[in-house]
Ligand binder design. Structure first.
Ligand code: BV8
Ligand code: ZN
Length: 242
């Protein structure tokens, strides 16, 4: 049986099993009683760049020895074995790339990347802790900023249009570990439904998407690998060399 065209949307919940706090379960307590939505904004950065950089540096330090979990690895295997497959993530933690996912779209950027607030300098580094903090552009001496999409900022249009296309074409959308409330990411699975595709949700709780999806309730690091093992057998797919 030929596998369907599959699109995947992941959120912070897929990294919970790797010890990375999600936005939800850390509401107001992720860092010094700040709500990430207060700090992940251009206004907060203009008002107090040092505070925003302390927040990102703290998250980078927490992420430094986080490893991909069984859910990340299952998606990397799907990427390797399925003919038509695209992963779209809201996460900036870099764990999908570490797990080996190749066909992946990063809607909200990358916590390990930074760009200059003035010139075209961009860089990726895994230095933790950052020193100096805030980091300074080596080209022009101005402040660097995290190369991520903040609340109130537009997503990269090319990435967004590609993600829309992937979910419009998908016959099956997997939605993993997201509260499905942040837009425009949350709209993606609705495009699959509009084109009569189906949506499977892997979450520990129900979300606004649940009534239109089939939900596998439980930790995705358990439910997603289990689902994938069954499908891989049903579709007669095997890791190369097996
Ligand atoms: C835009 C990068 C327009 C940064 C992120 C009012 C004012 C201002 C803006 C808005 C507004 N109303 C709406 C908006 C738009 C706003 C938005 O949607 N706000 C929400 C809060 C209502 N969106 C934006 O601002 C976007 N931009 O609209 O621009 C525009 C257009 C043109 C020109 C100019 C502007 C930009 C949004 C991107 C923001 N950046 N991240 C950083 O990380 O520091 S968003 C960030 O939060 C994440 O990337 C993610 O997207 C979101 C958190 O959501 P989740 O990933 O779902 O995580 P969450 O913690 O919420 O949920 C975890 C889930 O996992 C839960 O369901 C839980 O049950 C589950 N779970 C937990 N453990 C497990 C599990 N599931 C399975 N297994 C487990 N083990
Ligand atoms: Zn510069």
């Amino acid at each position: 049986m030929t596998p369907p065209r599959i699109a995947v949307l992941t959120g912070a919940g897929i990294s919970a099993g790797s010890g990375v706090p999600t936005f939800r379960d850390a509401e107001g307590s992720l860092w010094r009683q700040y709500n990430p939505q207060e700090l992940a904004t251009p206004q907060a950065f203009r008002r107090d760049p040092a505070l925003v950089w302390e927040f990102y540096d703290w998250r980078r330090q927490r992420l430094a020895d986080s490893q991909p979990n069984a859910a990340h690895l299952a998606l990397a295997e799907m990427d390797a074995l399925l003919p038509e497959f695209t992963l779209v993530t809201q996460n900036i933690d870099g764990l999908h790339a570490l797990a080996g996912s190749k066909r992946a779209l990063y809607l909200h950027g990358d916590i390990w990347a930074m760009r200059c607030t003035r010139c075209d300098h961009k860089e990726r580094n895994r230095q933790t802790p950052l020193d100096p903090l805030p980091p300074i552009c080596p080209q022009c001496g101005r402040l660097l900023r995290p190369d991520v999409v903040w609340f109130g900022e537009a997503l990269n249009p090319a990435v967004l249009y590609h993600a829309w296309d992937v979910f419009e074409q998908a016959e099956l959308a997997l939605v993993v570990g997201t509260s499905a409330v942040v837009y425009p990411a949350a709209q993606l699975p609705l495009l699959t439904l509009q084109n009569l595709g189906s949506v499977l949700e892997f979450n520990t709780m129900r979300t606004p998407l649940s009534e239109a999806a089939t939900t596998f309730l439980g930790p995705c690091e358990e439910t997603l690998p289990r689902w994938w093992a069954e499908k891989r057998a049903e579709w007669g797919l095997h890791q190369s060399g097996q």
